[in-house]
Design a protein around this ligand. Sequence first.
Ligand code: BDR
Ligand code: CA
Length: 320
Amino acid sequence: MTAAGPATRKRVLIDCDPGIDDALALFLALASPELSVEAITVVAGNVPVAQGVDNALRLLELAGRPEIPVARGAVSPLLRKLITGEAIHGENGLGGVRLPAPSRGPDARHAADLMIELAQARPGEITWVAIGPLTNVALALAKAPELGELVPEIILMGGALSGGNITPAAEYNIYADAEAARIVFASGIPITMLELGATSQVALTREHLALWQAASSPVARAAAAMADHYLRVYEARGLRGGHLHDPLAVGMAIDKNFARASRRLRVEIETRGEFTDGATVADCRPGQAGRRAPNADVPAIIDSERFLALFLERLTLLPR
Ligand code: BDR
Ligand code: CA
């Protein structure tokens, strides 16, 4: 991997619900010379959307990038009742960590409109990294079906091929708005899906936090404080490390070689199952994968050591 100059940076729009791991993912994107963060759009998810917008603005302020537009999106899923994640992410979504007040407010446009406008302004150039429920993405697609031709790729954190986290069968981001996920997976836009089997290979431990705690960067120290809360939640469940779900999605925007053994699969979203509502169903049986047109690349093996090394170091470099 070589460092990219401004002209060769990959443009990304990050749709998120910050959220501790979303916050860490945003920091990683802002610290990465391979990426140009064009906008941040916020969806209701881990926290209500107003809290998520405030968090995004504060995170950008701390990282020294307040000029990046932040747009407020859906207040609730398309059909479902919002399920928030304060039990994991804390009351304010950032593990109770208080960040400096933002100097700017949110963009006046709705998230879906900003997504559409940016895609139209730079056709084929802006990758969407979606790390929350897929409501905003689905709304944008419903409003502007031509996005299928304009968005080169969606890299999303969501789904589970072998055991969920919000239910035994389903992962949170997909379950939270399964109808939206169904629209997105039917869009024809190339999708890379980082499901739980991949993201749970990357675990942040207390030893890792020491590097950030010792750093002079205010971003690294805020990251350590948020991650401390996140790790306590995992530890209470008997786990030693906290899974870096959303940062891995940004990692894949930086370098696809963090993953190996990707499979092209047809992923369907269950929206009615009694026990499997919100599950991502893919035919992984040998020889069956190509029977129905695939709609997603699903990485199986993550080079977690290399990813973690890059992730840990980069957060100490902010603000740049
Ligand atoms: C996903 O759910 C959220 O709580 C996290 O931010 C992540 O996007 C993991 O299932
Ligand atoms: Ca998230």
